[in-house]
Design a protein around this ligand. Structure first.
Ligand SMILES: Nc1ncnc2c1ncn2[C@@H]1O[C@H](COP(=O)(O)OP(=O)(O)OP(=O)(O)O)[C@@H](O)[C@H]1O
Length: 239
């Protein structure tokens, strides 16, 4: 699914969080929003999700205007740093959460849900933990389960907000390679927020550099590093 962000503006009181932001996110790619703290990355991601609404401008999914469509109807998978696993549910029930929430006519049978959970646990390379509880897993394993949960409802768009933010540097590095591989295998259009440049360069097909609510430049890691479009980009990327 392609995503088009057209002339999006967002104010919080007198503060301009997004100033006429336009970005195209190509189908099947992993696009990263990168920029210093407070530049508007999370606000933009939340507007794409439908968790927040723009003051003006449009969001299009596959050329369909979803600007006013609520989050539940956008068919998005979420992997957010602060959207933790449910502590009192076992791993299988955590992964099945979105499926169990579906309206009756769309919900798979119990057996189908069980099968899907097994497939997802295989995909994230944790087939043995179905009956465990979140506290029995490491931080990195929990984030892999969070991705399985996000993928359960077969989303057409995956949104990741600092997905590895709470992990130590070594695990972060392992998981970014893992994420890149899974993304290539599945080819789901994905948008990730990070302030970690190394992470952005390592996993992204495209990077959107933001600063004070505006988009400074969009390009591949190589394009940005070899041809920074503004003094901000060259200073920010240190090139
Ligand atoms: N609900 C809100 N009410 C008031 N101000 C807000 C609100 N949400 C965000 N802001 C402000 O908008 C600006 C952009 O916030 P946003 O979270 O989008 O930045 P960010 O680039 O994701 O930063 P970080 O990397 O620190 O998370 C910040 O200055 C923030 O304080």
């Amino acid at each position: 699914m392609s995503i088009e962000i057209r002339n999006v503006n967002k104010q919080f009181g007198d503060f301009t969080a997004l100033d006429d932001v336009s970005v195209s996110v190509p189908t099947g790619k992993l696009t990263t929003l990168l920029g210093p703290s407070g530049c508007g990355k999370t606000t933009l991601l939340r507007i794409i999700a439908g968790l927040e609404y723009a003051d003006s401008g449009h969001i299009l999914f596959d050329d369909i205007d979803v600007t006013h469509v609520p989050v539940q109807k956008r068919h998005i998978g979420f992997m957010f740093q602060h959207y933790a696993l449910f502590r009192h549910k076992n791993i299988a029930d955590n992964v099945a959460f979105g499926l169990n929430l579906l309206p009756k006519d769309k919900r798979p049978s119990k057996a189908e849900i069980q099968k899907r959970v097994s497939e997802l646990l295989e995909l994230v390379q944790l087939p043995q933990v179905a009956n465990a509880y979140p506290h029995q897993l490491s931080g990195g394993q929990r984030q892999r389960i969070a991705l399985a949960r996000a993928l359960a409802v077969k989303p057409k768009l995956l949104l990741l907000d600092e997905p590895f933010g709470a992990l130590d540097a070594k695990v972060r590095k392992e998981l970014r390679t893992w994420l890149k591989n899974i993304h290539h295998e599945l080819g789901i259009t994905s948008i990730m927020v990070t302030h970690d440049q190394e992470e952005a360069h390592a996993v992204s097909d495209e990077i959107v550099i933001m600063n004070h609510g505006i988009v400074e430049q969009v390009g591949t890691s190589e394009e940005l590093l070899t041809n920074p479009a503004s003094p901000f980009v060259s200073e920010f990327l240190d090139v």
